[in-house]
Design a protein around this ligand. Structure first.
Ligand code: BTN
Length: 327
C-alpha cells in the first residue's frame, strides 16, 4: 500500500474524528510534509477532508468516494483486493470487465466506476451514468451453459434488491426481466454479456453489469428520462452509502450466483409483473396480455385475450397503469 492508501485507511477508520498530522506521520514513519501531500492528493480524488492548523485532518461524514480502501472492510472477505478494480471514470465497466476476463481475470473479479462516459444498455441503448450512481461489472466463470445465462441476470436483480434493503432500508421490486423499480421508477438496469464456446455451448465467462441510480436530482436528469428514471435517493443522502451499497451488492452477487433454485424463488417473489396487465412488445407477437408467472427457465408466461399463452424469453413488456401503459 502507498502512503496515500495508508492515510485514507486511517481516515476511514476514524471518519468524523480529527487525526493529528504529527501522529499520522509518526505511525507511518514519514514526514508531516509527506502526509500533507498524501492528503492533498486524496482531496484531488474527491475525498472530503477538512484540515487546518492545530486541527489535523478530518474525513467528513459526507465523503463517499469509491476506493478499494473504503470498500474492502465491508466485503467480509468475499473477494480479495486483487479482484477489485475501482476507477474514477471509464467508458463502460462492462467493456473494461470483458477486457479483464479475456486477459484471464478470475471468477468474481469486479470493476467499479464513479461514472461512465459510454454506459451500455440493452438493445444498443446507452445507459445514463452520472456521478451519484453505482456502475459495477462482475466477471463470472460459472459452470453454466450459455442458455442458462439468464439466471445470472435474475440473480443480479435479486442481489440489487437485497443490497438496497440492507443498506438503504427500502424494498425495490423487480420488473421482468432485469429492471429494478422503486417508487414506480426504474432505478437500476442490468446488462449481462457472455462469451461462450460455440461448439460445446458452455460458458467461458459472463460479465454481469449493474447500474444503480443511488442519488439523482430530478432537475439534473435529461428531460426525456424524467418520467421513467428514478433513484434510491432524490438528493445526496450523506454518509458513505454508495460504498456500503457497492460492498453489499458484491457480497450478495457472490452468494446468489451459487444457489440457483433459492434465487429463482426469491426473484419470483420480488417481481411485480405476474398478475398484471401488460403490453407485449415482442418480435414474435405484440399486443395486450396478462402476465401469469415466471417459469423455471426465467421466462415470462403471458396469456393473450384469445387464451393462447406464450413464454417470453426476452423483449419488452409495458405495464398497464390507470392512465395508460408505462415503462
Ligand atoms: C439497461 O437497463 O438497458 C441495462 C443497463 C446496464 C447498465 C450497466 S452500468 C454498469 C455496466 N456497464 C455498462 O456499460 N452497462 C452496465
Amino acid at each position: 500500500m502507498s502512503l496515500k492508501d495508508d492515510v485514507l485507511a486511517a481516515l476511514l477508520q476514524n471518519r468524523g474524528k480529527n487525526l493529528s498530522g504529527q501522529r499520522l506521520a509518526e505511525s507511518f514513519g514519514v514526514s508531516r510534509a509527506a502526509v500533507c501531500k498524501a492528503v492533498a492528493s486524496l482531496k484531488e480524488d474527491g475525498h472530503k477532508i477538512a484540515s487546518g492548523p492545530n486541527r489535523g485532518y478530518l474525513l467528513l461524514p459526507e465523503s463517499d468516494v469509491l476506493t478499494p480502501a473504503a470498500l474492502l472492510p465491508h466485503l467480509q472477505g468475499c473477494i480479495g483486493p486483487g479482484q477489485l478494480t475501482v476507477l474514477p471514470v471509464c467508458s463502460s465497466t462492462n467493456l473494461c470487465a470483458k477486457e479483464l476476463a479475456m486477459a484471464g481475470a478470475p471468477d468474481k473479479s469486479v470493476v467499479l466506476a464513479e461514472r461512465q462516459t459510454a454506459g451500455r444498455g440493452r438493445r444498443g441503448h446507452t445507459f445514463y451514468s452520472p456521478p451519484g450512481g453505482l456502475y459495477l461489472s462482475m466477471v463470472l466463470r460459472p459452470r453454466l451453459s450459455a442458455r442458462q445465462c439468464t439466471f445470472l441476470t435474475l440473480a443480479a436483480a435479486v442481489a440489487v434488491c437485497r443490497a438496497a434493503e440492507e443498506v438503504c432500508g427500502v424494498q425495490p421490486r423487480i420488473k421482468w426481466v432485469n429492471d429494478v423499480f422503486f417508487n414506480g421508477k426504474k432505478i437500476c438496469g442490468i446488462l449481462t454479456e457472455a462469451c461462450a464456446d460455440l461448439e460445446g455451448g458452455s460458458l467461458e465467462y459472463a460479465v454481469v453489469g449493474i447500474g444503480i441510480n443511488v442519488w439523482l436530482r430530478r432537475e439534473e436528469l435529461p428531460e426525456e428520462l424524467r418520467g421513467v428514471v428514478g433513484a434510491l435517493y432524490e438528493d445526496f443522502p450523506g454518509g458513505d452509502v454508495r460504498c456500503r451499497l457497492a460492498a453489499a451488492l458484491i457480497r450478495q452477487l457472490c452468494l446468489l450466483t451459487q444457489a440457483p433454485a433459492e434465487t429463482l424463488e426469491e426473484y419470483r417473489a420480488r417481481n411485480f409483473l405476474p398478475g398484471r396487465d401488460v403490453m407485449v412488445l415482442n418480435g414474435a407477437r405484440t399486443g395486450p396480455a396478462k402476465a401469469l408467472s415466471i417459469t423455471d427457465e426465467g421466462h415470462l408466461l403471458v396469456e393473450f385475450p384469445d387464451h393462447t399463452t406464450l413464454a417470453l424469453t426476452a423483449g419488452e413488456v409495458s405495464v398497464k397503469e390507470q392512465n395508460g401503459w408505462t415503462c
